[in-house]
Design a binder for this molecule. Sequence first.
Ligand code: ATP
Length: 353
Amino acid sequence: MKIGILLGDDIGLEVVPECVKVMKAAASRSGLNIDWRPLPVGKRGHEEHGDTLPAVTEKALHDLNGWVCGPIGHATYPRNDPTWVMPPIRKKYELFAAIRPSLSHSNLKSIHKNVDIVFVRELTEGMLYSETVVGGAPEFRPNDDITIAMRVITRKGSNRVAREAFEIARTRARKKVTAAHKEPVYRLACGMFAEECRKVAREFPDVAFEESMIDTISMKLVMVPQQYDVVVTTNQFGDILTDIGAGLVGGLGLAPGLCVGERQAMAQATHGSAPDIAGRNVANPYAMIISGQMLLQWLGRKHGEPKAIAAADRIRTAVDRVIAEAKCLTSDLGGNAGTTQMGDAIAAAVLAA
Ligand code: ATP
């Protein structure tokens, strides 16, 4: 496996090394050979190469199976300079779905217990203009009182994100997919998304399938999140639902993520670069470490590589143990350990198991 290391900005410089440390420990315990490729990106990429996605990184990523990427600190980048942009990685590598689990832990504070949901959010279309338009803008203002915005939904985009959701559901105990949309109102756009989900559902008779209106599921996620297993939805709805998912189980420090394409995937936690806590060794590395764990699990599934699955399983077990013991947790989880201490404890638990 060839895996890239992109630190990103701010707390990325702290949580990504912990993630890599834990992945290395798990790979060595499972006999999985990983060829690691550190690559510049974000602020450091700009300082060294004049670009947040330097050509050297852009070229190298094409040859990798996947990469771990820290958060990008775009909010503090200088405005009106096109070289200071959010690195367009999702678009360039056609990472079409974001997989974002929402998992509660019995000894950590959360609004609900026994939550175990995987959200699968479409990433390349919808209303996010940076993803859908190569020239011009999908929003325009014909006069000062009117703004018109466009939403793009395609059969291909809907079908492949639905397929990813069903493949994930197949690996889980409850084997259920809920498609969240609002077809009765957005008849064509949500209608096309729903039709493609139904088509894919027929190919997975072993997976239960249901549909839910986006407003209904928003309410039910707050009241009875335990009834959901895998939830698939379009880009904008997914943006909102996945933050609800993070809130349900304890916040951003516990919200991992994996952006997947046909042949590559990027481990990237849901949280931003958190400049307010950067450089103090207090950021919670959980989200980034579990994002790395998800990358190994995905690579194992896509490449039929049991060693990668075994490495992912080891990380999951080690993280659960460190959380259950509650001795090396960061302050957002009620502990007093630093980022590196929590990472060290998880790596040690991987090696000890
Ligand atoms: P962006 O716009 O870049 O996505 P954001 O507005 O979502 O960023 P974050 O950078 O994610 O904001 O941070 C939001 C708050 O959550 C911050 O104040 C930070 O202290 C906290 N936070 C984020 N990630 C972590 C983490 N890994 N550990 C602890 N606290 C975190």
